[in-house]
Design a protein around this ligand. Structure first.
Ligand code: BTN
Length: 249
């Protein structure tokens, strides 16, 4: 269902957003499955919930990958988000960094954000035809102004070549795909839960009725989050719940 990526790599000095760049190449019919577009710098990097993605020029991995799918129905699309999140966890583990996933797909180290994921799908009726996997991974940045963020360099006190990190991530992604292929979405979900912030222990959360502490009960196939609230199991989508940290992001 999902295909290996990394067959072609295009490096740009500067762009508005690598996701926008892929979208416009796609419109012109000029991009093939598996292509990775990376940029030293973005003038209008985009995050989830209309947020901006800020990153110092040349210091981090900013990329978008174009992937087509043969038979991915819209109600199965969450597994792709899980695979991408797990590929970054897998990569960070290679640098001996213990990271967690903040539902649905932020990557944290000690409650500080090290990577963000923005997946944009091209949907045709009930099928996801292709996806743009946008990833921002903090590699060598040391100062984050007001953001509650960290980087591989901050955690390991070493400088890394962005190109090496990219190659290593491509291999991690393809390895997670092969786990999906051989062991199925149940195994991916198991790995996702094992790395999920707030699954093993209670954390501070906030919904429309206020702040409370709770563990995640489970995540359903559509990617909704379920937890106990006033003795009832309650379902939340992305806009309905917030995890609270020292600083929000
Ligand atoms: C988030 O955490 O809100 C998602 C951030 C995703 C940022 C990456 S950087 C490369 C790609 N291009 C973008 O404009 N956004 C994604």
């Amino acid at each position: 269902m999902f295909k290996e990526i990394g067959q072609k790599i295009i490096q740009l000095a500067s762009v508005d957003s690598t996701n926008n760049y892929v979208a416009s190449m796609l419109k012109q019919g000029k991009i093939e499955h598996g292509t990775v577009i990376l940029a030293d710098e973005q003038s209008a990097g985009r995050g989830q919930r209309e947020a901006k993605w800020q990153s110092r020029a040349g210091e981090n991995l900013l990329m978008s990958i174009f992937t087509t799918h043969d038979n991915l129905s819209v109600n199965q699309q969450f597994v792709l988000s899980q695979i991408v999140a797990l590929s970054i966890i897998h990569l960070l583990n290679k640098y001996k960094i213990d990271a967690q996933i903040k539902w649905p797909n932020d990557i944290l180290v000690n409650e500080q954000k090290i990577a963000g994921i923005l997946i944009e799908n091209q949907i045709n009726l009930h099928y996801v035809k292709s996806s743009i996997l946008g990833i921002g991974l903090n590699v060598n940045q040391k100062v984050f102004d007001n953001l509650n963020a960290t980087s591989i360099q901050q955690k390991t006190e070493q400088f890394y070549s962005i190109h090496d990190v990219l190659m290593s991530w491509i291999s991690s992604y393809n390895q997670i795909l092969s786990i999906h292929q051989s062991m199925g979405k149940e195994k991916i979900n198991e790995l996702y839960l094992a790395n999920l912030y707030g699954y093993q222990e209670k954390v501070d959360v906030e919904d429309e009725n206020g702040k409370f502490q709770q563990k995640i009960d489970h995540i359903d196939e559509q990617g909704n989050l379920w937890l106990m609230r006033n003795n009832e199991l309650k379902k939340y989508d992305l806009k309905e719940i917030k995890f609270l940290f020292r600083n929000t992001f």
